[in-house]
Ligand binder design. Structure first.
Ligand SMILES: [Zn+2]
Length: 372
C-alpha cells in the first residue's frame, strides 16, 4: 500500500514538473518497487541525498549559489573547475575521480560474476554501461542477443544518468529472476535487483563523498588531519547532534550509513572509506607532483588527453572491441586487429592476459605484416 502511494506521488512530481519533465513512458519503465526496497534501511540523510541528486536539486555549487542568493557565487567543481550542476557528479573528467569510478565499477563487476549469480550478458554489459558515462545508448554498445537488446532499449527510455541514481529498468529483474530459477543459486531475483540498485547508488554516492571532501579541503585543509577512522568518529559524534547544530560542511557525513561504522567494517573498506582514502591519496600525489619538475611535465601531458579519454570512455570502447575479437574465430579477427595500433595491443596485453589469445593475436599480427 505504502509503495503504491509513494509511486503515485513520485509520478505526480516527476511528470508534472515544469522543467526537465519525465515522460510517462520513462516513468513506467522504472523498477520503483526494488528501488524502494534498496533504500528501505538506508539512513535518512542518504535518502534525501538521492532524491535531491535525482531531481537535480542537490547541494552542487550552482544550486547552493542559487539558494544563497550570492552575487556571482563560485559554481566551480572542486576537482575539475567546470560549472557544477547535478549531472556533473558522474561526469567529472578529473583523473582521480575517473579512477575511483573505474575501481568501484570493477567491484560491482566482481560481485556480478561471483558464484555465477548473474546472467552472463547482464554481468558483461552493466559495468560497461556505467563506464561509458552516457556517451552511447545501452542498445548501441555492441553485439547483444535479442533478449539483452530488449532490456537495453528499455533502459534507454530511462537514460544513463537515472540508472546511476537507482532508476533501472524493470526488465533487469525479470531477466535475472528467470535466470536464477534455472540455476541452483540460492539468491532470488528480488535480492539480486535490490543489491544491484544499492551498489549502483554507492558508486554514485562515492563520487559525492570524494567531491565534498575535496571541497572542504580547499577551504580548511580537511584532509591534512583526518583519516577514515577519524571521520568515522566524527560521524558518530554528528549523529548525536540536533540537525541545526551540524556544521554545513559536515552534513554530507550524515548520509553515510552510521549503523555499519564498526572498526571491523572500516577495515573491510566500506565504499565511502574507499572514496575518502582515494581523495587523500590524490591530495598526497598532487603535493608530491608539485615538488618535481619531471613529474610536473607528466601531469601536463595527461592534461592533453581528450575528454573521452579523461572520462575513461575510450578505454571501455577498446575493451568491448577486444572482447569481440576474442569471440570471433578465423580470419576476420586478424583484419580487425590490424586496424588498431600498438597502444591498443599494449592495453590488451596489460588488461586480461589470456595466453592463447595473445599468442593467436601475435601470430596474426606477424602474418599480416608487410614484407620488408
Ligand atoms: Zn568536476
Amino acid at each position: 500500500m505504502r509503495f503504491h502511494e509513494s509511486k503515485t506521488s513520485a509520478r505526480r512530481f516527476h511528470t508534472n514538473k515544469k522543467t526537465k519533465r519525465w515522460t510517462e513512458e520513462c516513468f513506467d519503465e522504472i523498477d520503483w518497487e526494488h528501488l524502494e526496497l534498496a533504500l528501505k534501511n538506508k539512513p535518512e540523510g542518504y535518502k534525501v541525498w538521492r532524491s535531491k541528486q535525482n531531481s537535480g536539486f542537490c547541494g552542487t555549487r550552482v544550486q547552493v549559489g542559487r539558494y544563497g542568493g550570492e552575487f556571482q557565487p563560485d559554481e566551480k567543481c572542486p576537482n575539475c573547475g567546470q560549472r557544477e550542476i547535478a549531472e556533473h557528479l558522474m561526469l567529472c573528467p578529473n583523473q582521480d575521480r575517473t579512477r575511483l569510478l573505474k575501481e568501484q565499477t570493477e567491484n560491482l563487476e566482481e560481485w556480478l560474476y561471483q558464484d555465477e549469480k548473474t546472467e552472463p550478458e547482464l554481468a558483461y554489459w552493466i559495468p560497461k554501461y556505467i563506464r561509458m558515462r552516457g556517451t552511447t545508448k545501452f542498445a548501441a554498445m555492441g553485439e547483444m542477443s535479442a533478449t539483452m537488446r530488449l532490456i537495453a532499449e528499455s533502459q534507454d527510455k530511462i537514460g544513463w544518468r537515472r540508472f546511476t541514481e537507482g532508476c533501472i529498468s524493470k526488465e533487469f529483474n525479470r531477466r535475472q529472476t528467470f535466470f536464477l530459477q534455472m540455476t541452483s543459486n540460492r539468491l532470488n531475483g528480488k535480492d539480486w535487483t535490490k543489491q544491484l540498485i544499492s551498489r549502483l547508488l554507492q558508486i554514485t554516492h562515492s563520487q559525492w563523498i570524494y567531491r565534498n571532501i575535496s571541497l572542504h579541503d580547499r577551504s580548511n585543509g580537511y584532509l591534512r588531519n583526518k583519516t577514515a577512522e577519524d571521520l568515522a568518529e566524527e560521524i558518530h559524534r554528528l549523529a548525536e547532534l540536533q540537525p541545526e547544530e551540524v556544521p554545513a560542511e559536515s552534513t554530507f557525513l550524515l548520509e553515510v550509513d552510521a549503523g555499519k561504522l564498526t572498526k571491523e567494517h572500516i577495515e573491510t573498506q566500506a565504499y565511502w572509506v574507499v572514496a575518502v582514502r582515494a581523495a587523500r591519496k590524490a591530495k598526497a600525489e598532487q603535493s608530491a607532483k608539485a615538488a618535481g619538475d619531471k613529474r610536473r611535465m607528466k601531469r601536463k601531458s595527461s592534461g592533453r588527453l581528450s575528454s573521452r579519454a579523461n572520462l575513461g570512455v575510450t578505454e571501455v570502447e577498446r575493451e568491448i572491441i577486444r572482447d569481440r575479437i576474442n569471440n570471433i574465430s578465423g580470419g576476420e579477427s586478424t583484419i580487425r586487429l590490424e586496424e588498431h595500433n600498438q597502444t591498443f595491443l599494449d592495453a590488451f596485453v596489460k588488461k586480461r592476459p589470456h595466453p592463447s589469445s595473445i599468442t593467436r593475436l601475435m601470430k596474426s599480427n606477424k602474418r599480416l605484416r608487410k614484407p620488408d
